[in-house]
Design a protein around this ligand. Structure first.
Ligand SMILES: C[S@@+](CC[C@H](N)C(=O)[O-])C[C@H]1O[C@@H](n2cnc3c(N)ncnc32)[C@H](O)[C@@H]1O
Length: 271
């Protein structure tokens, strides 16, 4: 995946996606149990929201190191984080860690994209002290995560059938099967516990504002981007996608807010 290209639209809706994913981060931090003074690794921190939470948890006597593959995300994270955070640009799957030095590692939605996950998880283990925990959040089953399926279905209605979801390929749903997580991590030397939770994403705004976010990122935005690149995207198609998204998100409105059902695996793996 070309994360440098992907970063630009995601950074345009950073506040919106940070708000939407706040319950995921809250669950991750509650389970990671970071302590003051710890040295913590954050894998794929994106624009840095989890780095900020981890930095608060470890305090001024601790330190958080982010390893982020996309320079635009790393640059943005560096703007936001306090002094006890360092952000490196690099591939966590092969990053030159300084031996088994970290007290803990976290990742919010950042470990589903490795080309060779077995090798990557084995390599990350070499960065943690023996007995230290890697805590990460990844998306659960595709059926329980409409924030993927809704924009894809809306795009299919407008553009025709899109790419078939390949759960074996690197991508946001590549660790949706908990038995695959256990198999991969166990083979890489970790012991694993998985806590699967159904929750609600909390995007900001009304259905039309949530639709606007998913006009920028996600499956419908990608289909529109592909059509635009070929010079065949029409205003009618854009309007139809927006209307389709608004309609579905209106069904998920509770009062003034949209609450999108989601399923997350919280994984705790011991090095
Ligand atoms: C879905 S985003 C999540 C970003 C952030 N953790 C959040 O939840 O807001 C996935 C992140 O992982 C990063 N990433 C993907 N593969 C990576 C790798 N091999 N090493 C380091 N970072 C990676 C991406 O650039 C992106 O920032």
């Amino acid at each position: 995946m070309d994360w440098t290209a992907i970063a630009a639209p995601w950074l345009r809706v950073e506040a919106e996606t940070d708000a939407a994913h706040a319950p995921v981060l809250e669950g991750l931090m509650a389970r990671a149990g970071l302590q003051p003074g710890q040295s913590v690794l954050d894998i794929g921190p994106g624009g840095g929201v989890s780095l900020i939470s981890a930095a608060q948890a470890v305090g001024v006597t601790g330190h958080v190191t982010g390893v982020e593959i996309a320079p635009p995300f790393a640059d943005r994270a560096r703007e936001r984080v306090p002094d006890n955070v360092t952000v490196h640009v690099g591939d966590a799957a092969g990053f030159p860690f300084m031996g088994r030095s970290y007290d803990a590692a976290i990742s919010m939605l950042g470990v589903m994209f490795f080309a060779d996950p077995n090798k990557a998880f084995a390599h990350i283990r070499t960065a943690l002290k023996p007995g230290a925990a890697l805590s990460f959040a990844c998306w659960g089953s595709p059926e329980a995560n409409p924030w993927f399926s809704v924009p894809a279905e809306v795009a299919d209605e407008v553009f025709g059938p899109g790419p078939v979801l390949d759960l074996d390929a690197p991508g946001p749903l590549s660790l949706s099967d908990p038995s695959k997580i256990t198999r991969l991590l166990t083979a890489a030397g970790w012991s694993v516990e998985i806590d699967t939770q159904d929750l609600h994403l909390t995007p900001r705004g009304d259905p039309s504002e949530v639709a606007a976010m998913y006009m920028t990122v996600g499956a419908a935005a990608m289909r529109m981007g592909a059509a635009k690149a070929k010079g065949i995207l029409t205003q009618e198609q854009r309007d139809a996608v927006r209307a389709g998204l608004e309609k579905v998100f209106a069904y998920m409105a509770e009062g003034d807010a949209v609450r999108i059902p989601a399923q997350v695996h919280y994984v705790r793996a011991i090095a």
